[in-house]
Design a protein around this ligand. Structure first.
Ligand code: PEP
Ligand code: MN
Length: 508
């Protein structure tokens, strides 16, 4: 797992700094960095960093697995001491992995604290779409076009109004739009809750069995649009076919989500992606009902290829054979791995994970502790009378107290938790592989025991064992494993094998 660590520059980084500056792609860098980048350039720059660090700027090496892969800084503007300018560079082979986004997030956090800034700006070349995205993901917004002395062509200048560190998307609203009165009353009540950022409402409902309420269709879209105007909240609905896309856009729905039953079918996802070609609307992709990370990622790839840039993931839990208190088992490691691979915002749909009201609070808290970027929570003005998912919906009033009971932590500390949770589940997988390997090894030992018995060979052949252990110790050393560990582990394995073989040969 690659975690981005920013660390301060030190004089011993000189050789790596020179290598970085000479290797980095300069297409979109400002002219001020010399080329070729020499030892004197590095001496000058490291000296400048030492003098200014923490006073006029913060300067960090971007490292992954202990290797420097780039540089990122925020320098205080000389004419406005409360403003700083962001700059970064990253070796080409590390692009498109979310490293730049992460490095920018971390340096902005450091700069805002250490330099006491209230604004960070960045200049970026118009065609440098990747960098613009990195900035946008970090809450930078477009300010103005301009041409400045050290920049070769027209630039887009972007400023940030950094989102409060603990800001979240809160998408709330009924499972289904049922009537004009229901959606408007719900929307108006939700608009009174400051944290709510978007109104959801299902227009076409995928039902397990025919004959159940399947949504109001086009008529419901008219009411949803009215609810948007009455409440001022932007809206989102589920689309499952190209006709749904066309109608939802016709009635000004602001964001679309793809339901869990649709994401399982690549044909349907492709049809939706084709229908969305050239329409850059925000699209939220729910996880497929089955715990299949590749299928989920595949859906993102189809929308990405169609040119959709504002993609988010919605984690709504998975169908699972084990008994559990959840309606859909969360399997937190799957969304964690998704965000590690794709770097998209993650929204947790606690309502469909829980399936009841009681579990909403602890599940939402767990999601926040793992640095989710938002929550989706089903709310209905009269939940008990809801035509779909009645047991899990809550009133806007109940949502208000639920949100008040949650602890919204710093996203940065949540990210650490999320990375750790990802690493822990990797460890769990490795341990389970180790167990399976041990079991297989013992099976093979037993087969050898049978064979030795048949052929009347001694259980222990000391020479062979000593040689094997020596080989393991030296191979282990090449892999950074200590002789003590190798000796202990293999002695234990060998001992167990001997005992099994002895039992088989009747020597016990
Ligand atoms: C919904 O959000 O109401 C819904 C049907 O969700 P899912 O696709 O997650 O079952
Ligand atoms: Mn629902």
């Amino acid at each position: 797992m690659n975690i981005v660590v920013l660390r301060k520059w030190s004089p011993t980084d000189k050789a790596e700094l020179i290598a970085l500056c000479n290797a980095v792609d300069r297409t979109y860098l400002s002219d001020r960095m010399p080329f070729p980048y020499t030892e004197e350039d590095a001496d000058w720059w490291l000296g400048m960093v030492r003098l200014n660090e923490g006073k006029n700027g913060v300067f960090r090496a971007i490292t992954v697995d202990g290797r420097i892969i780039g540089s990122v800084s925020v320098e205080r503007n000389s004419d406005n001491r409360k403003e700083g300018e962001l700059g970064y560079m990253l070796l080409t082979e590390h692009w498109s992995k979310g490293f730049a986004t992460e490095a920018v997030a971390q340096i902005c956090e450091i700069a805002l604290h250490e330099l006491d800034l209230d604004k960070i700006t960045a200049k970026v070349y118009e065609p440098n779409i990747a960098s613009i995205k990195v900035l946008e993901k970090n809450g930078f917004i477009f300010e103005s076009h301009g041409v400045t002395a050290d920049i070769k062509q027209a630039v887009k200048s972007v400023r940030t109004e950094p989102l409060p560190d603990n800001a979240q998307y809160i998408i709330a609203g009924p499972c289904s739009v049922e009537s004009e009165a229901q959606i408007i009353a719900t929307a108006k009540a939700l608009a009174q809750i400051p944290q709510v950022t978007m109104l959801r409402g299902g227009i076409w409902k995928p039902r397990t069995r025919p004959g159940a309420f399947e949504g109001r269709g086009e008529e419901g879209l008219v009411w949803l649009r009215e609810a948007k105007h009455e409440s001022g909240l932007p809206t989102a609905t589920e689309v499952a076919t190209p006709e749904h896309v066309e109608l939802a856009l016709k009635y000004d729905v602001d964001a679309l989500w793809i339901g869990a039953r649709t994401v399982v079918n690549p044909f349907s996802v492709q049809q939706l992606a084709d229908a969305l070609q050239g329409v850059d609307v925000p699209v939220y992709v729910k996880n497929p009902v089955s715990p299949d990370l590749k299928l989920w990622i595949g859906a993102f790839e189809r929308f990405q290829k169609a040119g959709i840039t504002r993609l988010s993931a919605i984690h709504r839990g998975f169908s699972y054979y084990k008994e559990s208190p959840y309606r859909n088992y969360p399997m937190w490691e799957i969304p964690i791995e998704l965000t590690r691979q794709l770097n998209v915002p993650l929204i947790t749909d606690v309502s469909h994970i829980c399936g009841n009201r009681e579990l909403l609070l602890p599940t939402a808290q767990k999601a926040l502790d793992l640095a989710t970027d938002g929550l989706m929570i089903e709310c209905h003005i009269n939940p008990d009378e809801a035509l779909t998912d009645a047991q899990q919906q809550i009133t806007p009033e109940a949502l208000k107290s639920l949100l008040a009971s949650l602890t919204f932590r710093s996203k940065q500390s949540g990210k650490v938790e999320r990375d750790l949770a990802g690493l822990r589940s990797e460890i769990d997988d490795i341990d389970s592989e180790l167990l399976q390997l041990l079991a297989r090894r013992m099976e093979v030992s037993a087969q050898i025991g049978e064979y030795k018995k048949l052929n009347n060979v001694a259980v222990v052949q000391m020479d062979r064992w000593k040689k094997i252990l020596d080989d393991h110790v030296s191979t282990g050393a090449e892999m950074g494993l200590s002789p003590i560990l190798i000796n202990k582990v293999f002695e234990a394995i060998h001992q167990e094998s001997i005992e099994r073989q002895s039992r088989i040969m009747g020597n016990d």
